[in-house]
Design a protein around this ligand. Structure first.
Ligand code: KG4
Ligand code: ZN
Length: 335
């Protein structure tokens, strides 16, 4: 049996959770910094790190109290140690190391991307093998999991991540930060066929979103009068989600599997979720897993699940890293 205190501070959420045996969440506390960063239109790393520092102790205390768990009940302390913002990761890891030492509990360091995938084990009976579409603010990957403890990257974005494209397009349409949920909302009253945006033609299971982002920019420059924001949002969203869906299903069929798992902040997108739900209805035998919204965006419950299913005790000198070691080498285009 495992009873894990998990901590997550890779970006702008200070989060802690207690997770039992990888599938049962006893408490899940998230202190979001959205209101702090929205005036800047994005996360300011130094500000985020300072805020984590002031919030972390209280968030850990609240999650222990909410679960009615004492330090002696815990089997492990887990923490995200990358990829993410180095300064923010260090706050969580330092806290986890201190608690691990003070309470004599083994420390488990977790990769944030694998944690997103493991959100799908919470309250389900999911087991590998499966195809995973992992779409967050910093990463977009199609992965294949044959075992609990490892996954293979089949394809990934060659430039912007899907969430990054959502955030950038939202900004140029004048929508609120964070951009993904704003586009999701605006698109509900928009016509997705109003504009034809390119999907971005790339081989295999890879994606490219920077051309699409530029196409939306050019369109907004050509339009006269007030922007048809809802139609632009719906057409952009359709172009992104079309290709995410297509490549995931392609991988499912190629490898002869029957489960697709969605993970990461963009997996909260209502149109993306509908596409996969409809697909499951039309393909008996195919099962789609998608976490509830609170486990799609950053949280610590997923870290506790990953620690149970994928974690190994770490050495005391374990450190943080900013870039994913699982990301294949690719052209970088950070415009
Ligand atoms: O996984 P996440 O919380 O943080 C990272 O690990 O990056 O993902 C954040 C990303 C942001 O880009 C945000 O705009 C996007 O997920 N996002 C969404 C939605 N909710 C969050 N994108 C599209 N539709 C949504 N409903
Ligand atoms: Zn994340």
């Amino acid at each position: 049996m495992s009873l894990i205190l998990a901590i997550e501070t890779s970006c702008d959420e200070t989060a802690a959770a207690i997770v039992k045996d990888g599938r049962t969440v006893l408490s899940n506390c998230v202190e979001s910094q959205i209101q702090i960063h929205e005036k800047f239109g994005g996360v300011v790393p130094e500000v985020a790190a300072r805020h984590h520092l002031t919030a972390i102790n209280q968030v850990v205390k609240s999650t222990m109290e909410e679960a009615s768990v004492k330090p002696g009940d815990l089997s492990h302390i887990a923490c995200t140690n990358g990829p993410g913002l180095v300064g923010t990761l260090l706050v969580g890891l330092s806290c986890a190391k201190a608690l691990s030492w003070a309470w004599s509990k083994p420390l488990i360091a977790i990769d944030h991307l694998f944690a997103h995938v493991c959100a799908n084990y919470i309250d389900t009976d999911l087991e590998p093998p499966f195809i995973c579409l992992l779409v967050s603010g910093g990463h977009s990957q199609v992965m294949k999991f044959d075992r609990f403890d490892n996954g293979q990257v089949l394809g990934q974005t060659l430039d912007d991540a899907a969430g990054e494209a959502y955030d950038k397009v939202a900004r140029l349409l004048g929508l609120d930060y964070p951009g993904g949920p704003s586009i999701d909302r605006a698109a509900k009253t928009g016509n997705s066929e109003a504009f034809k945006f390119p999907e971005g033609v790339v081989d295999g299971y890879n994606f490219s979103f920077s051309g699409l982002k530029t196409a939306v920019l050019r369109k907004t420059e050509k339009l006269n009068g007030p922007l048809p924001v809802d139609d632009l949002a719906a057409s952009f969203q359709d172009a992104v989600n079309r290709v995410l869906f297509k490549k995931s299903v392609k991988a499912l069929k190629f490898y002869g599997l029957d489960k697709i798992v969605l993970a990461g902040g963009v997996a909260a997108n209502s149109d993306l979720r509908n596409r996969f739900s409809e697909f499951a209805k039309s393909e008996p035998g195919v099962k789609i897993y998608m976490p509830p919204l609170k486990y799609c965006t950053d949280n610590a419950a997923m870290v506790g699940s990953a620690a149970h299913f994928m974690g190994e005790p770490a050495n005391a000198d374990v450190s943080v890293y900013s870039r994913s070691p699982y990301r294949k080498k690719s052209r970088q285009n950070k415009s």
